[in-house]
Write a protein that binds this ligand. Structure first.
Ligand code: SAM
Length: 299
């Protein structure tokens, strides 16, 4: 927990240590629950990309999973055991791991699948966002096997320029998709969580791990991904807003940290404004051009 100095001076980092959570991320899931009552009626849950295990801790405590198997946690890395949590060490993009997860849920589909997977960030937001989306789709692919109808899928996303495409892909399988920013997630980060409720795959959909999720062909005349596919979803901040600010460091004065990815301000924005006011010079036709290309050639 807390490998960077940014983590170490931070309020939720200390709070997690104090309360015994394995990572500060626990607060993100708890704050989502405050807003969406994620754990209500949940008896079976899957935690994808679970290590070091703070989300699994929350799940096992909140859904009373004292019986192993009620919470299944999967990660590439080994994780210290947790009461009530059945662990699988493996890669969620591999068929064998996915099959292992699915086999635990045969006959008792999961009410909730969560995935906190993130790529190693490069700092190039478009690349990071793309990578994150590519990590999320295998998680959703597994979820299509284990989620019961009406079930809920929660996953980390990066709110970049093209995130609306991801929302529309999620909306194919879940009736309600929204973007949530818990108070414990750094303001300055493009990270957010998508809370997708009401698992409802398209008619004729048959889960198939052997191909990418969106390459399935459906028997129905399902055409949601044709045409304009960028959708806007509700944005919800969650967690008590009067509580700790995750950008605040201990004992120091609050200092506003600007977002690393401010609203897009394209380099041509000024030109657009000038064009609206008729201040932009008009393009000249070659005949109107006072200097011909030939004049410009070296003599
Ligand atoms: N939610 C966790 C918690 O609260 O403790 C933290 C998860 S951490 C941010 C992301 C995890 O994703 C890492 O432990 C990493 O090993 C795991 N991960 C990344 N790619 C994976 C993959 N292909 N399959 C399984 N786990 C993966």
């Amino acid at each position: 927990m807390g490998r960077t100095s940014k983590d170490k001076g931070e309020v939720y980092y200390h709070l997690a240590k104090e309360k015994g959570w394995r990572a500060r991320s626990a607060f993100k899931l708890l704050q989502l629950d405050e807003e969406f009552q994620l754990f209500q009626g949940v008896t079976w849950a899957v935690d994808l990309c679970a290590a070091p295990g703070s989300w699994s801790q929350v799940l096992s405590q909140k859904i009373g999973g004292q019986k192993p198997g009620q919470v299944v946690a999967v990660d590439l890395q080994a994780m210290a055991p947790l009461p009530g949590v059945l662990q699988i060490q493996g890669d969620i993009t591999q068929l064998s791991t996915a099959k292992e997860i699915i086999q635990y849920f045969e006959g008792c589909p999961a009410d909730l699948v969560v995935c906190d997977r993130a790529p190693d960030v490069t700092g190039l937001h478009d690349v990071d966002e793309y990578m994150q989306a590519q990590l999320l789709l295998p998680a959703l692919n597994i979820a299509t096997y284990v989620l019961k109808p009406g079930g809920c899928f929660v996953a980390k996303i990066f709110r970049g320029r093209d995130v609306t495409l991801l929302y529309s892909q999620l909306r194919v399988f879940l009736s309600s998709v929204l973007c949530a920013k818990p108070k414990s997630s750094w303001n300055s980060s493009i990270e957010a969580l998508t809370v997708c409720q009401g698992y409802d795959p398209p008619e004729g959909f048959v889960p198939d791990l052997t191909k990418p999720l969106l390459e399935h062909s459906y028997d129905s005349d399902f055409k949601q991904l044709d045409g304009p596919i960028h959708i806007i979803v509700p944005f919800v901040t969650c967690g008590d807003l009067s509580t700790y600010d995750s950008d605040r460091k201990d004992g120091s004065e609050y200092k506003y940290t600007p977002p690393t990815q401010p609203p897009i301000s394209p380099p041509y924005q000024e030109a657009c404004k000038m064009k609206k006011k008729g201040q932009l010079a008009k393009e000249l036709h070659p005949q109107e051009c006072p200097i011909s290309r030939v004049d410009m050639l070296p003599q």
